[in-house]
Design a binder for this molecule. Structure first.
Ligand code: 3PY
Ligand code: MG
Length: 246
């Protein structure tokens, strides 16, 4: 489990969300230097049955694996961890109670009630997976609702939580902003800064999602630890657009 150590380095960890179950693409992204890949099981077309092949390919390419779950449900959390993702990102968390339920399902006793059966997760671990998993597998809650913003301090204080991850599209919709995911919007910008500050205060990692490469310098400057630079589909569309316009 290397995700935590990598996130502690001063350079932010770059990440791509994967929406399509194509192992060869996951492998290629890693070989091309993508440091971490998040399997998007919420909006993408990735299902449980795709996890094994995708995680094998991510490992072959050398990237670190995360998953964004479909929802805050214990059986989804347990499955993703048992297959071997190192970090889980839980969408649409509104309250400290929901954050606590997420952590409970992700951590073994005495911290939580994760069931023991690391089907593949211990395969390359080399040590005592049970002893290391609570510390080494990371729980991020998404900050993407007005409720999460309202309860940010209480959510961040959740014992066992490892990070906050901003979903700027849902957040813009939930806050009723005029544009979606415009980081120059003062209201959205203020939430970004607050999430970084609250994360630091609570010893958590902070993450954010964008699809625009031009956002990168600003997000690095704000101090995020984990920055998602789009989905493989958006990256494909951009490349195809270049070809079509050539
Ligand atoms: C959002 O911006 O709402 C997201 O969930 C990013 O994937
Ligand atoms: Mg979202």
């Amino acid at each position: 489990m290397q995700l935590k150590a990598r996130l502690r380095q001063s350079e932010p960890l770059r990440n791509v969300f994967m929406t399509l179950p194509v192992p060869a693409l996951a492998e290629r992204m890693g070989v091309m230097g993508v440091e971490s890949i998040t399997l998007d099981m919420q909006h993408g077309s990735i299902e449980d049955a795709h996890l094994l092949g995708l995680l094998q390919a991510i490992r072959a390419g050398g990237a670190l694996p995360l998953a964004r779950l479909a929802w805050n449900r214990p059986e989804l959390i347990m499955k993703a961890l048992d297959y071997g993702v190192e970090g889980i990102i839980c969408p649409m968390v509104d309250s400290a109670e929901e954050a606590a339920a997420f952590v409970r399902a992700a951590k073994y006793p005495p911290v939580g009630n994760r069931s023991f059966g690391p089907f593949r997760a211990d395969l390359h671990h080399g040590g005592d997976y049970f002893a290391d998993a609570n510390d080494g597998t990371l729980c991020f809650v998404m900050v993407e609702t007005a409720g999460a913003v309202e309860h940010l301090d209480a959510i961040a204080a959740t014992p066992g939580l490892d990070g906050l991850f901003i979903g700027p599209w849902d957040l813009s919709v939930s806050l009723g902003l005029k544009e979606r995911a415009n980081f120059s919007d003062p209201d959205l910008s203020a939430v970004l800064d607050r999430v970084v500050a609250v994360s630091k205060q609570h010893g958590l990692f902070s993450g954010v999602f964008t699809i625009r490469p031009s956002d990168m310098p600003g997000l690095v400057g704000r101090g995020f630890d984990l920055i998602t630079c789009g989905t493989e589909d958006v990256i494909f569309q951009r490349g195809l657009g270049d070809w079509m316009g050539a």
